[in-house]
Design a protein around this ligand. Sequence first.
Ligand code: UN1
Length: 511
Amino acid sequence: SAHPATAPLPSTRDEVSPLLRRLGVPDAALDGGALAARSPLDGAVLAHVAAMTPAEASAAIGRAHEAFNRWRLVPAPRRGELVRLFGEVLREHKDDLGRLVTLEAGKVPSEGLGEVQEMIDICDFAVGLSRQLYGLTIATERHHHRMMETWHPLGVVGVISAFNFPVAVWAWNAALAVVCGNSVAWKPSEKTPLTALAVQALFSQALRRFGPDAPAELSVLLLGDRSVGEALVDHRLVPLVSATGSTAMGRAVGPRLAARFGRSLLELGGNNAAIVSDKADQDLALRGIAFAAMGTAGQRCTTLRRLFVHRTVADGFVARLRKAYASVTVGDPRRDGVLVGPLIDEAAFAAMERALDRARAEGGVVHGGGRVAVGEGGFYARPALVEMPHQTETMREECFAPILYVVRYDTLADAIAAQNDVPQGLSSSIFTLDLREAELFTSVAGSDCGIANVNIGPSGAEIGGAFGGEKETGGGRESGSDSWKNYMRRATNTVNYGTTLPLAQGVTFEI
Ligand code: UN1
């Protein structure tokens, strides 16, 4: 329920308890633990949940491995039935879980609900997928032989998720992993343990509805600090870890996994750009850019951070953008009309201030920015639009806050080159009505990102496509398309149904 601008709001702590109860999180899980769960809305401590030790995490992973050994034998379409039931449970609890996302991650209500909708969507996708885990049949060179591919599950799939998509990222991974026959071990962000507990409770509900074929520990939750994440990454019974977070996190996780030949699926930093051509529909561009840059308070990995505007239209367009920036309502997301909620914590706000200071020193002109007073405990920032003379070093780094840098360009080739000239490669857009420009942007000589859009912003991807990016973004693809193959191993099977043994490549070997 939304609140008008002036009416007093209930404390986040009061609001969260009945929500958690309805979501099935036991009271005992919320008190006395070492990990404080806070709301970014007001900084209040919502609960103290128990943090695991690395040894406890390893033991839980062992139990998930036992669960995998049983689950892999359940036919895939039956496994899909579990995910269908989970989607049903999510639909029943969408409002409560969405609200919990608002309270714990600070998203505005439509984005909190939108995140749960993404979970439901990936469940639907995975249910269909459970009947489509297709392998190829391949022409063999030999008589009376058949060659084919079979896809098998991997084992315990580790999931490390970030605070900014505290529930959907797990679901993109888990829904696919489970229909593929894996179990899941989840290390959520320390900043969002409550949503993780709620999701785990909802998944357990689906397991109970499914019946005795479903192992109770098909999904285990590993709450705790970095050492728990390390226990997951180092565990020899975890063949794949899908990790979403900063490039720094990926640099720690990737090589550590590689050292034991574990697989990684990395979704790391984005530093996403959009190009506004002189041939753009400017109204459409303005709306797309405003959401992509300011939505989620700039805390999506797909958030728009760099804007390249054709010099001939830049003055007018930037003036309109400044107006949009000045008019957007920043505040407690539970209030009517608020589009931009808080940053996750004080450190995020400090990082934003530092980035703006550096941009100024590089010749940038900053519009907006600074703290907005909303109660006392939360860190609310006015989104900043920063006119830059050219693409500077500060612009090459991802700062997880609502800062949009604007640079003017003369030729599309220059704009594309500048867009690509950063270490990250997640998402990108062009706004143009010119067919040649649009096609060039999506061509091999265009954007180097995993996502390249035309006439929509870089954020807000649907689950149906493969999601992820290149370079320091980590190269992983999750969610739709054929991402499921990441959660399985491929076996090539050659079957001889003849009575002779012809060797490949014409080799003879008579005994
Ligand atoms: C993220 O920020 O971790 O495209 C992922 C989007 C969302 C995914 C964001 N579907 O913005």
